[in-house]
Design a protein around this ligand. Sequence first.
Ligand SMILES: [Zn+2]
Length: 493
Amino acid sequence: MLFKCKNMNSWVLSIKNKTNTKYYHHYFCSCTKEFRLQTEINEPDAPDILCPMCGNDYFKDAVVFENMKSTKIWKYFKWKSVKSEDKDYWNISLKYQTPIYDNITHEAKLISKDLLCIKLKKDGSVAYEVSYKSKIISQYSLFLNDKVQAFKKLLFDEAKENLYNYVMINKSKSIQWIDNNDIIEFSINDKFKYITFFLKNSHLKEHRFFFWRMNNIHNYTIKHATQIEMLDFIVNNRKEKSIKKTLYQGYENSINNIGYCPYSDYIFSRNINNVDLLIKLYGIHPIIKQQIFTDETFSVAIEFILFLKLHYTEKQIVKLFVEDMQDVKEYKERLNNWRDTLRMLQTINTINSLQDHFLKVKLTTKKLHDEIVRVFNIISYEIDVKENFEYDEKYLSTCGIYEKLEFKLPQTVKELSLWAKTLHNCMLGYSRKIHKKQSIIYGVFKAKELLYAVELNNFRIVQAKATANGNVSDEDMKVIKSWNNNSLVKIQA
Ligand SMILES: [Zn+2]
């Protein structure tokens, strides 16, 4: 058999004439030759004849074809694909030609019928839409490439492929930048997801946006978000162009280097209102930014920055991240300090007790870290030790002014921790020993200023130290010794 026109099938349409005594058999060959036979007998079956032009002898019966009740497997069937485009859609229609008898002209002629239509909306608001136009689609299979294939699936696959190719050749403005080579390995369905995503988010013009996932933030807040929703979410739905621009540039820069980690941008957006300051934060180098906040610490970090805002201006807070933390020589150490700070805030729920214990310090990573260590220690002791110290009456009686110095016993863990902070020493570590009466610590004041800490054991001085474990002046040391001899040592004696 020869088929000169590859998209045509060969048909025969048998129609009874007006007198009901004869049949006219209209042949439409795939080679485009048409011819007609007339039979006298009342017999609808068309005679088996050859096409006089090409010699083809196989003609499908056009009447039976569309009214077949059972399923059927064809050896071949041809159809064609028609492309079109309008304001809103790209369209592909798969059609076939079949003869009908025209009752007005009394002629048999070929008409076109739809099998399947598929279209893609240009604004990306929906996925591709498919409609099946003919019942023959589900009735037939085709023996193709040595196997029986469901006609429906064959058509559907071809239509999708054609639609994709058509869209890529006739790209709309918003997806002009898309490079076919970037997605050549994709399945056809993923290709459509990809195109649809960028049709919908027409301001995103970068391949990698398609792959952007942020599962943790995702779970923390909203479900089933698209990437553009996530972007809006990261910037806290802020509309300022400069903010979005910087975020996108930072994202681009980040993904080119190490991949994008959204937590820092997310936290900054939520806490810093000033546009210029926020842009400075977005501009921090991605490698540093990635380490400031992680998925493990970001919820405590949000609370912490909110807390810091009670004590510091946005400008001071931003300076902490943009200047202090990025010191050329010490940035690793400072980042470690900062991350350690967040970990302490997270442990034993320190963050919730900040309000009670935090004392404002100069806002540097180092000083902030030391302050949180102090608070952390207080809270650690509060958990398993009581707050108030109890003392033997003998010790209490020695409190007060002696010569120019004043001797005090700390009444609470908090007071001891404040002294430790003032003297920059590890006194707080003595809380347990004080509670167990294994140690006694006096604070020594001159003119209301805490100058020294004196530790006693069994009524005698073990050590007396000034700030940062420095030495007590000779003059004051004489007074301290005298105080000890004249009070406690005597009591003991
Ligand atoms: Zn022919």
